[in-house]
Design a protein around this ligand. Structure first.
Ligand code: DQA
Length: 150
């Protein structure tokens, strides 16, 4: 049997404010509530959760993931999605699959959210499906791993 899937879930600026931040857009779940729900839904998967408001800390987290035995990254870089060449470069520098998640539909909002820089380095982008996006990203990792063994 293969060992448990290990994923790093990287969350960017202002996602520590989930729960009270623009609930009409992001819902009322806090980040730790989302984390608990994911852990309960996927007891067979190890997820480590990181949140930072600082671009460099997110770059550090991505770099560390590469040398820490993770099987992949789930990334919601929040506003840095649209601006951070440093995060794009960090994701390009490592050899791990990345699934990008956005709680809101970035294509249905302001123009400046339309473009995702980090999405270029992702296998795929899940956007607008609420906090279930994190669950769906994990489901993809499980399915693609099962596919490899077929
Ligand atoms: C977000 C969308 C981004 O445009 C925004 O800056 C965020 C959250 C989302 O999850 O919908 O902070 O990544």
């Amino acid at each position: 049997m293969s060992r448990a899937l290990r994923l790093l879930v990287v969350n960017g600026p202002n996602l520590n404010m989930l729960g009270t931040r623009e609930p009409a857009i992001y819902g009322t779940r806090t980040l730790s509530h989302i984390e608990t729900e994911v852990r309960e839904a996927f007891p067979e998967v190890t997820t480590d959760w990181v949140q930072s408001n600082h671009e460099g800390e997110l770059v550090d987290a991505v770099q560390r993931a590469a040398s820490s035995g993770y099987d992949g990254i789930i990334m919601n870089a929040a506003a840095f999605t649209h601006t951070s060449v440093a995060l794009v470069d960090a994701l390009a520098a490592i050899d791990l699959p990345v699934v990008e998640v956005h709680i809101s539909n970035i294509h249905a909002r302001e123009d400046f959210r339309e473009r995702t820089l980090t999405g270029r380095q992702a296998v795929g982008v899940i956007t607008g499906l609420g906090t279930w996006g994190y669950h769906l990203a994990i489901r993809w990792f499980l399915l693609s791993r099962a596919d490899e063994t077929h």
